[in-house]
Design a protein around this ligand. Structure first.
Ligand code: NAD
Length: 520
């Protein structure tokens, strides 16, 4: 079985099952367009979540290696910035074509290292690919403004790249999240340091190989590895001008503060507790299918997973029917035909999720469907938690207050739409929210009064496509969400404005006395 972490160069050479990789190869750094073995003394074992077999060892890149990556990016910057936007666009076209060609290989790496099903992993790649495709339109997206501000005097604005920028990525979207940075940052003329999650860097390593093939010059895309130590290096390195972070609140709030204190631009997307309000007048069949899919798909390990259901009025009686839909989902190794959800990322994640389910039971909630102690027959050693539905949850319970990040749906009951809106608005997170109703006026009231930044109306996971921007708010972002990922705000994040004011009328400059007042 080929390891996805090698620079296997064909789109068809990738694992198609969870069998033990014959000779696990160490993950390498990618610096100056070269895959380089790390001289690390500390390594992180990466296990297939479906089997806990060793897939690769990920280095804690050494200080010397991390500095070499930054030096490479810094050295590449002036020439890369000086290339024409049309040239950078051509490289992006090739990058997009290569990602499409290697789509299955990228997805296989994700299934092996992260655990999500192969079909879902293809979606992970596609969502990132769409950011790259949209970035190909850079030639019309980055035009400046010009105005004649006085006679013979005009001001023009340009958007210029920042320099070396970095991305610190989470485990749950190993292709999509690096691709929230690379296309937008690189096409605008920046050079990049990417630190993928130490739990599944394989997809990023394939993207690095494809970036080199597409024609990105040495130093434009570099990859270093590790956990907190690599992150601290990025936060403190003066040559790095901006940081894009996606991950948990614990890491993100720390990263935002330390990087901001060091004078860097930071955009940081954090955790979530996404609610759906179900109204009695909704299309019940659509709502139940959508909720089960959005709660349990990817084993609930999506920042936009629907983890919290608000039954309005009589819909609380629908819990058993929802449990029926959830029971039909097949939990299995992600390469298996028909698998709906795979394992969770680690034995520790499984234990944490099981503890949160136990806490709900202890605090008086009703376990309608219990996913603890379930496992597919052929995968006895994986990190399995089956779909779990907890009803009669109240706001004070631990399972409501914490982001569970597993296939667990907590359900609360309220009598009216107004109660649903105030319950949801009381929650400190503001990533995504959904309402299921057939009434336009109900949906409009909800859309206007709800605080969360991404609203779905009969849409369970309303993630905006890349022509828009990812607009979570409240505790789901750091720094008040001043800068959001991709779309127009993404372009603004990776560029700074320069304005040039010019005056072209030298011929009548005959006076020999300087004017000292501001022109009025
Ligand atoms: P995580 O915070 O554990 O890890 C994210 C990154 O931060 C990794 O690269 C990791 O190496 C680094 N890191 C972890 N702990 C650190 C520490 N103490 N100091 C410095 N760096 C540290 O997150 P995760 O478990 O990989 O991802 C899941 C989380 O990400 C969930 O909370 C999920 O909601 C969130 N997420 C949010 C979005 C969004 O757009 N809002 C998208 C995806 C995931």
């Amino acid at each position: 079985v080929a390891s996805t972490t090698t620079a296997a160069s064909t789109p068809t050479s990738y694992p198609t099952s969870h069998v033990q990789v014959e000779q696990p190869l160490d993950t390498q750094n990618f610096i100056d367009n070269q895959f380089l073995p790390s001289k690390a003394t500390q390594w992180i074992d990466l296990h297939d979540p479906a089997t806990n077999n060793l897939v690769t060892r990920v280095p804690q890149s050494t200080d010397e290696e991390m500095r070499a990556a930054v030096d490479s990016a810094e050295k590449a910057f002036p020439a890369w910035k000086a290339t024409s936007v049309l040239h950078r666009q051509q490289i992006m076209f090739k990058f997009v074509a290569l990602i499409r060609e290697h789509w299955d290989r990228l997805a296989a790496s994700i299934t092996l290292e992260q655990g999500k099903t192969f079909a879902d992993a293809k979606g992970d790649v596609l969502r990132g690919l769409q950011v790259a495709e949209t970035a190909c339109g850079i030639t019309t997206q980055i035009t400046g403004e010009v105005l004649e501000v006085a006679k013979d005097m005009e001001t023009r604005s340009y958007r210029e790249p920042l320099g070396v920028v970095a991305a610190i990525c989470p485990f749950n979207f190993p292709a999509m999240i690096p691709l929230w940075t690379i296309p937008v940052a690189a096409v605008t003329g920046n050079t990049c340091i990417i630190k993928p999650s130490e739990r599944d860097p394989g997809a990023m390593m394939i993207l690095a190989e494809l970036a080199e093939k597409a024609g990105f010059p040495p130093g434009v895309i570099n990859v270093i590895h590790g956990s907190a130590k690599a992150v601290d290096f990025i936060l403190d390195e003066p040559k790095i001008k901006a940081i894009s972070f996606v991950g948990s609140n614990k890491a993100g709030e720390y990263i935002y503060q330390r990087a901001s204190a060091n004078g860097k631009r930071v955009q940081a997307n954090l955790g979530a507790k996404n609610h759906a309000a179900v109204l009695p007048d909704c299309n019940k069949n659509h709502a139940l299918n959508a909720i089960a899919g959005a709660a349990f798909g990817a084993a609930g390990q999506r920042c936009m997973a629907l983890s919290t259901l608000v039954f309005v009025g009589e819909t609380q009686d629908w819990a058993p029917e929802l449990a029926q839909r959830a029971k039909q989902l097949s939990m299995n190794g992600g390469f298996e035909e028909g698998a709906d959800l795979g394992p969770v990322i680690s034995p520790q994640a499984k234990e944490r999720i099981n503890d949160l389910i136990a806490s709900a039971e202890k605090e008086g909630a009703t376990i309608v469907l219990d996913g603890r102690n379930q496992k597919p027959a052929n995968y006895p050693n994986g990190n399995w938690v089956g779909p779990t539905i907890i009803a009669n949850v109240t706001k004070d319970m631990t399972c409501y207050k914490e982001e569970i990040f597993g296939p667990v749906l907590v359900c609360l009951n309220v009598p009216t739409l107004d109660d649903a809106i105030s319950l949801i608005n009381d929650n400190e997170y503001g990533n995504g929210v959904a309402i299921f109703t057939r009434s336009g006026s109900t949906a409009t009231k909800f859309q206007k009064e709800i605080e969360a930044g991404q609203v779905g109306i009969n849409v369970p996971i309303p993630v905006p496509l890349p022509m828009f921007s990812f607009t979570g708010n409240k505790k789901s972002v750091a720094g008040g969400g001043a800068s959001t990922f991709y779309g127009k705000p993404g372009l603004q994040f990776y560029t700074q404005q320069k304005t040039v004011t010019s005056f072209w009328r030298a011929e009548d400059a005959t006076s020999t006395r300087a004017k000292v007042n501001m022109p009025t």
